[in-house]
Design a protein around this ligand. Structure first.
Ligand SMILES: Cc1cc2nc3c(=O)[nH]c(=O)nc-3n(C[C@H](O)[C@H](O)[C@H](O)COP(=O)(O)OP(=O)(O)OC[C@H]3O[C@@H](n4cnc5c(N)ncnc54)[C@H](O)[C@@H]3O)c2cc1C
Length: 349
């Protein structure tokens, strides 16, 4: 049977793609009734980190679980949030209540349930900094699990849930200190805060983050995209030093895993802003974002991503890894496989 459920409204790259089956999950009890699942399956939130390179020949579980509970003790606010809640709305809800801790993560699209998967992060804060635990349903065993912070294995754009794909995250528990201090170490926020004569509130910071992001990131509703297409690469100290000798203006950040480079800077340095293949292009203002500029098909995006990757490797000797999830007809794939199937002339969307 040909795939018949349109996902064009469920992926922010706006690719005209279909799935064999789609079930909206509004109640947790729906999950327990699904087992055993015998076909390929994947969990979908807002589709803001997905690149469907082919129609998907499996079952999509679309998370729409709703509900927010907020409690507190003397020192902390505790949030228990259902996975289908909108992440940005949650951030603004907290900021408006004067609860700090999430404001740097304002305007990140998608759902709360997806936030732990790649440990979302922006402006010096990651989900790992505020996450207390994750509740998930295992779609292969039919068991509910409680993962504490350590068990989530959070790292840069990574977690246990990115490696074990059979969990459906139903609820995320967040712990936010009452003696909140704004995190303003990131360049643009630092400059803004330096000019303030008062300590900003969570809402002030959230509004500033929104303003900075709106200045440089395209709104997927107007210009379809999946945010940062590539992760910021991490290189060893020797390579970082060598690159700095060649490019003394290259931004570098020392982390526990090595020296992090700014992927957007590398792409920009090669003059690739605005470069297009078919309907896909590198965004004019933010080189790390690939956009669906004009009815792009998946092949356009795959070829563009490969071109950017090749150029960066050729000029800087640095490998860029996609941050976005590539999905082919069977499920999770990668840029390499997408190129192979493109060369075979498979039926791309
Ligand atoms: C304009 C723009 C800006 C962005 N900025 C940032 C940023 O600053 N920082 C950042 O980290 N990301 C950013 N992103 C990426 C994206 O918003 C995040 O990765 C977000 O968490 C994805 O949420 P989603 O609900 O759309 O997930 P989807 O794209 O639907 O899914 C992403 C992955 O999570 C899995 N998943 C989703 N829901 C669940 C669940 N309930 N249980 C288990 N697995 C699940 C999916 O299977 C998939 O593997 C940006 C994207 C866009 C379009």
């Amino acid at each position: 049977m040909p795939p018949s459920y349109s996902l064009s409204q469920l992926n922010t790259f706006a690719l005209e793609v279909k799935a064999q089956q789609l079930i909206h999950i509004d109640e947790l009890s729906q999950l327990t009734q699904l087992l055993p699942i015998t076909e390929p399956m994947l969990v979908l939130g807002g589709g803001s980190n997905m690149l469907f390179t082919e129609d998907y020949q499996g079952l999509i579980l679309h998370n729409r679980l709703l509900g927010i509970e907020i409690t507190a003790d003397d020192d902390f606010h505790y949030l228990s949030v259902a996975g289908g809640e909108n992440w940005h709305d949650l951030v603004m809800h907290c900021a408006e209540l004067g609860i700090g801790g999430l404001e740097n993560l304002a305007l990140i699209p998608g759902t709360v349930g997806a936030a732990p998967v790649q440990n979302i992060g922006a402006y010096g804060v990651e989900l790992a900094d505020v996450c207390q635990a994750v509740h998930a349903y295992c779609l292969s065993s039919g068991e509910f699990h409680h993962f504490d912070l350590a068990q989530c294995q959070f790292a840069y754009r990574d977690s246990l849930f990115k490696r074990q794909r059979d969990y459906f995250i139903s609820r995320v528990l967040l712990k936010l200190p009452k003696n909140w201090q704004p995190q303003l170490s990131y360049g643009e926020l630092k400059q803004w805060a330096a000019k303030l004569a008062y300590q900003p509130s969570p809402l002030d910071v959230a509004k500033q983050v929104i303003s900075v992001r709106q200045d440089k990131l395209p709104d997927p509703k107007q210009i379809p995209n999946v945010g940062s297409f590539f992760k910021n690469p991490i290189v060893d100290k020797a390579q970082a030093q060598q690159l700095l000798q060649q490019y003394d203006d290259m931004p570098q950040y020392v982390t526990s895993q090595g020296v992090k480079l700014a992927a957007g800077w590398l792409i920009d340095k090669l003059g690739l802003k605005g470069f297009a293949i078919g309907g896909a292009a590198v965004h004019q203002r933010q080189a790390l974002v690939l956009i669906n500029a004009n009815h792009a098909c998946a092949d356009d995006v795959v070829l563009l991503a490969q071109h950017v990757r090749e150029q960066v490797a050729k000029h800087f000797g640095v490998n860029l890894e996609p941050e976005v999830n590539f999905i082919n007809e069977q499920g999770y794939s990668n840029l390499h496989d997408a190129l192979k199937s493109l060369n075979r002339g498979s039926n791309h969307v």
